[in-house]
Design a protein around this ligand. Structure first.
Ligand code: IMP
Ligand code: MG
Length: 371
């Protein structure tokens, strides 16, 4: 069994997977992004300062060893990558050297972003050109990073001068095989193009299928951590069975600072949805769970949790008409005190039939606790 792991979103994105991948990253040689693009917003804290990575993997740059790989399953806005690297270089000189980009990845062009804005309709996309870029790819009209390299474009030349490496995953296979890889998902299973709440989804493979699609079939992770918050959020439109209305929603939104890290939009808020989580686990190959933001619920006497739907969901459509059933679990004052959150954790494990192996109760690495 290899030592590779995956950290992916088990809900509608924004579960805190970046925080978890960031904490794990010093123990890994490579952090590999395998899906999505600049629509992602991974919020990370280093020495109390907030950083948001969009295209860059959630590497803790304080560690000088970990390298980042942008896989062929991604769609990359090269200007956004340049801007992100310039910002990162200010705090951590030389990070560009540690970034590898697969030339087979597709490029998000200006026209894709324009089309996204013009055709967004009622989907509420991030306007980062993701859907149109994947549409070009699938309809065989796409432009790959290697096309930019071949024509000696200014942007790829500047990235190369900065130190960025353009290398196929296959050329890295010996390095990958002798090291440890953390595959970092973007978005979440409920936004997966095949298994999410279509058409209210993103346009990529958010499950482990995306890892395989990026060409890592011989290095698939032996452990897959599915990350979910202790409550639910969703940005953009689409089914959200446990959604709350104000004032409960606005109260939790404020406490959890639930505003989109890419678009700044207020996130919709709901209770934890265990049938959706079980569905995500089964669809995506998750082997254990990480529950984040338990501290946001500190002080609640009872914590409502959706434990079942009238009809067990078997496909993405089943979330639009779901009739949910809630139960109240004993609340807690201090999420770091296991005896206080035990009932909640057991409830999650019972209804999902999956072990919760880690919890997170804050933004620092020390706030992540093993169970
Ligand atoms: P797109 O990925 O920009 O096409 O947006 C499609 C849907 O996915 C919209 O509802 C977005 O709000 C949502 N979405 C895309 N990326 C993220 C993310 O990283 N976190 C949360 N929601 C996302
Ligand atoms: Mg996010």
């Amino acid at each position: 069994m290899n030592k590779n792991i995956a950290v992916l979103g088990a809900a509608f994105g924004d579960e805190g997977k970046g925080h978890i991948a960031h904490a794990f990253s010093p123990d890994f040689d490579y952090l590999v992004r395998y899906n999505g693009g600049g629509n992602a917003g991974h919020t990370l804290y280093r020495n109390g300062k907030k950083f948001v990575h969009h295209l860059l993997p959630s590497i803790d740059f304080r560690n000088k060893e970990t390298k980042g790989f942008l896989g062929s399953g991604m769609v990359i806005d090269l200007e956004q990558l340049l801007n992100e690297l310039i910002a990162a270089e200010k705090d951590y000189t030389g990070v560009s050297n540690r970034i590898y980009v697969d030339p087979d990845a597709f490029v998000v062009l200006a026209e894709h972003k324009e089309e996204d804005k013009a055709r967004n309709g009622d989907l509420g996309t991030t306007n980062k050109g993701i859907g149109p870029a994947y549409a070009s790819k699938i309809s065989r009209r796409g432009t790959r990073v290697k096309d930019f390299l071949k024509k000696g474009s200014l942007i790829t030349s500047v990235l190369t001068e900065m130190g960025v490496n353009f290398v196929h995953a296959m050329e890295m296979k010996d390095k990958f095989a002798s090291g440890k890889i953390l595959f970092e998902g973007a978005q979440g299973v409920m936004l997966d193009i095949n298994h999410g709440t279509y058409p209210y989804v993103s346009s990529s493979d958010c499950t482990v299928a995306g890892i395989a699609a990026s060409g890592f079939n011989s290095m698939m992770p032996s452990k897959v951590y599915g990350v979910a918050k202790a409550y639910s959020t969703r940005v953009g439109t689409g089914p959200f069975p446990t959604e709350l209305q104000d004032p409960e929603a606005s109260d939790l939104r404020m406490r959890g600072k639930e505003y989109g890290s890419t678009t700044g939009r207020p996130r919709r808020i709901g209770w934890l949805d265990l049938p959706a989580l079980k569905y995500a686990i089964e669809k995506s190959g998750i082997t254990s769970l990480v529950i984040t933001k338990l501290d946001i619920l500190n002080g609640m006497e009872k914590v409502p949790v959706c434990f079942r739907y009238e009809k067990y969901p078997v496909c993405g459509d089943d979330f639009s008409e779901a009739k949910i059933k809630l139960l109240d679990v004993k609340g807690w004052d201090n999420a770091k005190n296991y005896s206080q959150i035990k009932e909640f954790i057991h409830t999650v494990e019972y209804w999902t039939e999956t072990k919760v192996s880690l919890i997170s109760c804050g933004t620092d690495k020390t706030d992540i606790l093993g169970l």
